[in-house]
Design a protein around this ligand. Structure first.
Ligand SMILES: NC(=O)c1ccc[n+]([C@@H]2O[C@H](COP(=O)([O-])OP(=O)(O)OC[C@H]3O[C@@H](n4cnc5c(N)ncnc54)[C@H](O)[C@@H]3O)[C@@H](O)[C@H]2O)c1
Length: 340
C-alpha cells in the first residue's frame, strides 16, 4: 500500500504519516511548507519523518509543492500510483480567514479542485479529506450531527471547507471517485499548531504573561487528542466509501449518497469548557495562568460537540484520551522540544 499525504509537514499530516510508516506502509508526503506559522517546526517534523522511515525501513518521499500548482500535482501522480490519498493540506485557521480570504481560495478551493482532478484521472481508489466542525457555523442544536443542515458558515474558512464537501460529491457522483470527508473537532497534542490556543497559552503562561480568554472562558470545545484522530483517519481511509443503498433523493440524507460519498464527524464526543481546559494546562505546567477575560471574537462559534455515532458504527471509532491526559502529553512534548 502506498499513501499520499498532503499537508505532510503540518500537525495532523505529520502524525498520520508517522503512524502509517510505523505500520510498514510506503508514504509520499506533499506540502508547500508555507509560513502561516513557524516553518522551523514544519522542517523539524519532516526531519522526524525521514528518521522514522529509516527506523522502520519503509519508503518515504517528500514533495515540496503547492497543490494550487496543477502541473506539480500531475508530476507527483505520474510518478506514483497511490492506493490511498489522505488530503490534509489546507489553509487552516478561523481568524486568519477574516483578513486573508485569498489564502483560502488558493489552497482550499483551487488546490482542492486540482486534487480532485488528479485523483479522478489517476482513478485513485479512495480520497479521504479534511473538513471541519466549523461547517456547523450558526447551528446551535447539540451535539452536531452529520444529519443536520450546514448552510450557515460563520467565516470564509468554514465556507471553503463546506465547498470541499460539495465539490467532492460532484466527483463521487460523476466519476465514481470514492470520497470520505472528515469534520475534525479542535485537534490538539504534541507537535501541534502554534496558532492554536493550547500552544499560545503554554508559551504565555511559561513567560508569566496574561493569556487572552475569549468569551470569558465560557466556550466549550470538543477537544480531540491527536492519537484518536490518527486512528480515525487511517481506519476511515482503509474502508473505501461506497454508495448508501438506503439513500433517497426524495428525503436526502446530507452525509451519504447514492454515489460513493460520505461525511463523518471525528471528535471526542465529550466537550470541555475552555476554562477547564486551562485548569488542566495549569495543572500540567504546575503554574497558574493570568487570565485576561475578553468578549467573544468575530467569527467564533460558542460551543462545539460532535455526535460521533456514525463513525463509531462505520469503523468502531472510540476516542479514549481525556483532556487532562492529552494536555499533560502536550506539555511534556513542549517542554522537551523547546527545552523549557
Ligand atoms: N487542527 C485542527 O484542530 C483542525 C480542525 C478542523 C480541521 N482541520 C483541518 O485538518 C487539516 C490539517 O490541519 P492541521 O491542524 O494539521 O494544519 P497545519 O496548518 O498544521 O497543516 C496544513 C499543512 O498544509 C500545508 N499547506 C497549506 N496550503 C498548502 C498548499 N497550497 N499546497 C501544499 N501544502 C499546503 C501547510 O504548509 C501545512 O503544513 C487542514 O485541512 C485543516 O483545515 C484541522
Amino acid at each position: 500500500m502506498k499513501y499520499l499525504i498532503t499537508g505532510n509537514a503540518g500537525f495532523i499530516g505529520f502524525h498520520v504519516a508517522k503512524t502509517l510508516m510505523a505500520r510498514g506502509y510506503a508514504v509520499v508526503g506533499l506540502d508547500n511548507v508555507n509560513d502561516y506559522y513557524d516553518t522551523a517546526l514544519k522542517e523539524d517534523r519532516l526531519r522526524a519523518l525521514y528518521s522514522a522511515a529509516q527506523q522502520h525501513g519503509v519508503e518515504y518521499e517528500f514533495v515540496r509543492a503547492n497543490i494550487a500548482d496543477r502541473a506539480a500535482l500531475d508530476r507527483c501522480f505520474e510518478k506514483h500510483q497511490f492506493d490511498r490519498v489522505i488530503h490534509l493540506a489546507a489553509q487552516a485557521g478561523v481568524r486568519h480567514s477574516i483578513d486573508h480570504p485569498e489564502d483560502y481560495v488558493e489552497s482550499n478551493l483551487v488546490g482542492f479542485s486540482n486534487l480532485l482532478e488528479t485523483c479522478r484521472h489517476a482513478a485513485t481508489p479512495h480520497l479521504t479529506y479534511a473538513s471541519t466542525s466549523s461547517v456547523y457555523g450558526g447551528n446551535t442544536s447539540m451535539p452536531f450531527s452529520e444529519d443536520h443542515g450546514v448552510d450557515h458558515p460563520l467565516q470564509f474558512y468554514a465556507a471553503t471547507k463546506r465547498a470541499n464537501e460539495l465539490m467532492a460529491h460532484s466527483y463521487s457522483h460523476l466519476f465514481r471517485l470514492p470520497t470520505t470527508g472528515l469534520r475534525f473537532f479542535t485537534v490538539y497534542g504534541p507537535w501541534g499548531r502554534p496558532d492554536m490556543a493550547l500552544f499560545k497559552f503554554t508559551r504565555l503562561i511559561l513567560e508569566g504573561k496574561p493569556i487572552p480568554v475569549f468569551n470569558h472562558g465560557h466556550h466549550s470545545r470538543d477537544f480531540t487528542y491527536i492519537d484518536d484522530i490518527v486512528q480515525g483517519v487511517i481506519q476511515s481511509s482503509d474502508q473505501i466509501a461506497t454508495p448508501d443503498a438506503s439513500w433517497s433523493g426524495a428525503a436526502p440524507t446530507p452525509c451519504t449518497s447514492n454515489a460513493p460519498y460520505r461525511i463523518f464527524n471525528i471528535g471526542n464526543g465529550n466537550p470541555a469548557q475552555l476554562s477547564d481546559y486551562i485548569d488542566a494546562l495549569e495543572e500540567a505546567l504546575g503554574k497558574t495562568a493570568i487570565r485576561e477575560l475578553l468578549p467573544m471574537q468575530p467569527g467564533d462559534i460558542p460551543d462545539t460537540h460532535a455526535d460521533t455515532h456514525r463513525l463509531q458504527q462505520a469503523i468502531g471509532y472510540k476516542p479514549d484520551t481525556s483532556v487532562r491526559e492529552g494536555v499533560r502529553k502536550f506539555v511534556e512534548w513542549y517542554r522537551d522540544y523547546y527545552a523549557v
